[in-house]
Design a protein around this ligand. Structure first.
Ligand code: PLP
Length: 480
């Protein structure tokens, strides 16, 4: 197995035992020794800055270049950039690299707020497209190639298409077809693959966005591979992207003091991925399949998987994301998350009224799945766990009229008014119910009576709604 490059070079540098009159202030972790914090001391040795021998993230020639090259080869792109400000800085940079202020981009409405930030900072105009919704699970599903082609035909001046692939629940749109359409109309395809850094590890996982033809792809390596929080990667393939402009945007959105701890962790993740990664992934997939069969035997519990392919525009599913639906038996996902955490010491990624989402990785072993299965059985058989069936009302999630551009709406003066009286006003805030995580309203859009009434229904049921300063949504900030 190949050795990690960055940590080895840093070990060599730390053995020089130099007296540091350099940042950072802990001086190679020395201060931690004084307080008997020996773990910190060792970490401190690797938390350096761009001293001679340590290469430079923004003009790499040494170990960072070598580590990035290895990642580039693994993912199959033409350029790979290590990111130390998370996928957030990556998606902001990709949007700003592919557009100029005032340009239009076609973007899936269920996008992460990092994409919205990119549109605000880049001053671009979003043309939102809606994913399909599965009302049974109340989850957002795929964006169809047809929806994208229609949006491009209606907006021939749009510069780029931005999609999230896979979505939070592992749902994958038909990205190969989407890439074909986007390129047929001479646009660029930007993919937020925050949840898909691991897809290259198995033929049994969905195709990776880069392999499918995307022009820029951003990975939250830290989410699904073993790297530290906030460490991510951006990959470019083909000639549609101006690399110098992209580098400028990355230098605008990233720290001028890049963390070597984050960089070495990206390199460690690549060492694992290119070493035992495929073997560990096959083991993980076996464990997930066994777990799924076991859980699906329990009446009323359901893990959705490949059978959803072909419905709601879904092309494929990343099964490492395990969505357990309990709508039929009426156990509230939020309650289930709490019991798993408090009684069984198991922490899942997310919970909503009908579902819990467990995100697994090659670091999970069979014992983890066995514990999870026993806990779910225990909760299922516990008569004290409250059961209450509730139906979420269907809603069109129609995209409201945008009166003011996102960027302008962010800067315009706002005033707080009763939400019940906000019909016809321009919102200064988001209203995003979870599930399904699709905004009902974004800043700059006109609030309708229909939205006000729907929010009231969701509040009565107890749905989690985010995006407003007043969490109770009795008031809302509208544009003056
Ligand atoms: C789809 C998606 N995109 C982007 C991000 C931002 O990623 P990061 O936290 O690495 O900045 C997230 C984080 O949750 C996400 O889920």
């Amino acid at each position: 197995m190949k050795k990690p490059v960055i940590v080895n070079e840093l070990k060599k540098l730390s053995k020089r035992n130099m007296v540091s009159f350099h940042v950072p202030g802990h001086k190679s972790g020395k201060i931690f020794e004084r307080y008997n914090l020996s773990n910190f001391h060792n970490i401190g040795k690797f938390d350096i800055t761009e001293i001679p021998g340590a290469d430079n993230l923004y003009a790499p020639e040494g170990m960072i270049k070598e580590a990035q090259e290895r990642a580039k080869e693994f993912y199959g792109g033409d350029y790979t950039f290590f990111l130390i400000n998370g996928t957030t800085c990556g998606v902001i940079s990709m949007i700003m690299a592919a557009t100029n202020p005032g340009d239009k981009i076609i973007v899936s409405r269920d996008c992460h707020k990092a994409i919205i930030s990119g549109m605000i900072l880049g001053g671009v105009m979003p043309i939102y497209i809606k994913p399909k919704i599965c009302y049974e699970l109340f989850l957002s599903m795929a964006i169809t190639p047809k929806t994208i082609e229609r949006a491009i035909k209606e907006n021939p001046d749009a510069k780029a298409v931005v999609i999230t692939y896979p979505n939070y629940y592992g749902v994958c749109s038909d990205i190969e077809k989407i890439a074909e359409i986007v390129h047929k109309y001479d646009k660029v395809l930007l993919v937020d693959e925050a949840h898909g850094a691991h897809l290259k590890l198995s033929e049994n996982l969905p195709i990776s966005a880069l392999d499918a033809g995307a022009d820029i792809v951003v990975h939250s390596t830290h989410k699904t591979l073993p790297s530290f929080t906030q460490s991510s990667m951006l990959h470019v393939k083909g000639k549609r992207i101006d690399i110098d402009k992209l580098k400028t945007m990355l230098s605008l959105t990233q720290s001028s003091s890049p963390s070597y701890l984050l960089m070495l962790s990206l390199d460690m993740a690549m060492t694992v991925a290119t070493g035992e990664g495929k073997y560990l992934m096959e083991k993980l997939i076996d464990n997930i399949e066994d777990f799924r069969k076991e859980i699906n035997k329990i009446e009323g519990l359901n893990i959705f998987s490949k059978e959803i392919k072909g419905k709601y525009g879904v092309k494929d599913i990343d099964i490492t994301k395990i969505t357990i639906n309990m709508k039929e038996i009426g156990i509230d996902g939020i309650k289930l998350e709490e019991i798993l955490r408090k009684k069984y010491n198991i922490q899942v990624e997310m919970a909503d009224m009908y579902n819990i989402l467990a995100v697994s990785s090659i670091a999970n072993d069979r014992n983890d799945f066995n514990r999870f299965a026993r806990a779910l059985e225990g909760i299922y058989n516990d008569k004290r766990v409250p059961h209450k069936k509730s139906e979420l009302p269907e809603f069109s999630f129609a995209i409201p009229k945008m009166e003011v551009l996102l960027r302008e709406a962010t800067y315009r003066k706002k005033k707080s008014i009763p939400f019940s009286k906000s019909s016809g006003k321009i919102s200064g805030e988001y209203i995003i119910p979870y599930p399904p995580g699709i905004p009902l309203i974004c800043p700059g859009e006109v609030i309708s009576q229909e939205i006000i009434e729907y929010v009231q229904i969701l509040k009565n049921i107890g749905i989690n709604i985010i995006g407003t300063c007043d969490e109770s949504i009795n008031t809302i900030n509208v544009i003056k």
